[in-house]
Structure formats: structure tokens, C-alpha cells
Design a protein around this ligand. Sequence first.
Ligand code: ZN
Ligand code: ZN
Length: 171
Amino acid sequence: MIMCKFCGYRCDTFRGLSNHIKNVHGITSKEYHILIHGPGKCKICGSDTEFKNLNIGFRDFCSVKCANVYKGMQDEIRKKISLAQKDKPRKRHSKETKTLISKNSKKQWKNNRDKMLSVVRDIKTRQKISMSLTGSDNFFGFKTKINKLIRSSDKYQEWRLMVFGRDNFTC
Ligand SMILES: [Zn+2]
Ligand SMILES: [Zn+2]
């Protein structure tokens, strides 16, 4: 629906409006358009441009030459924008941010490590760890042999000293 800006008369088409303007207000579509939107001026040189119709209004340029100049300008702008985006350095973390990230990650790692070490490993977990270390799907026993475990135990150490004491540390 198009409305006549002079009297509010509504038309379905621009042709209808054009006829209405001519018959009722006694002016041409061009004159009507100038009264409403102002005269058409070339975007490049500012000369008067050709009036097309009520829908399109005035042409943007007085000539093909001016239209091409404008097109060239637009291309230039587009090129400049894409170049500027290309040259734009990627956002980097500042030195302070880097230090902060490093500090935080170190803290986090330490917390995790302490947590990991404080976990009491039950026999199943130990088996799993052992299996993952040996790369086998079945658990064949701990690598540390029972003898070594006994030897490094407190009771063994005690007994060993007792033996030495008995022999007065002589062989
Ligand atoms: Zn009217
Ligand atoms: Zn022009």
C-alpha cells in the first residue's frame, strides 16, 4: 500500500499514485518526488540525475562514468578493509596475563599432584596402574618381587641388625 504524502490517499501501485498525483494535485511524479525527497544529485559530481519513477526515484549517478568511479571507490574501500583485517595482529596475551596463567596452572598442578599423592591406592588401583605400566590386559603380579618387599620392610631391617649384633658385626 502506497500513500500520497499530500492528502493521505492510498494506492495499490506506484502507477496508481502517479495517476493520482497528476489528476488530483496536478503535478508530475518527478515534481512530487522532488517535493518529498528533494532533487536527485549524482553521488560523485553532484549533477542532477535522471528521474526513473516513483518507486526508484532519481538515479544515484548522472552518468555511467560516475557510476564506475563510485564502483571503483567501493572496491578500494573493500580492499583496504580486507587488507587491514589481514595485517591486524592476532590478539595475544599480555605479559601480565601470561604470568597469571602460568601461576594459576602451576598452582592447579601442585594441588592436583598433592591430591593424587594423598589418594590411598587400594589394591585394585595398584593392579590397574601396574597393568597400564606393563601394557598387559591381565594382572600377573607386581613387578616388585615379594623378596624385595620383605627385605625393605622394617621387620627385615630389624632382624638384619640383630644378626649383625649377634655376630658382633664380623663375618
Ligand atoms: Zn494526494
Ligand atoms: Zn556525476
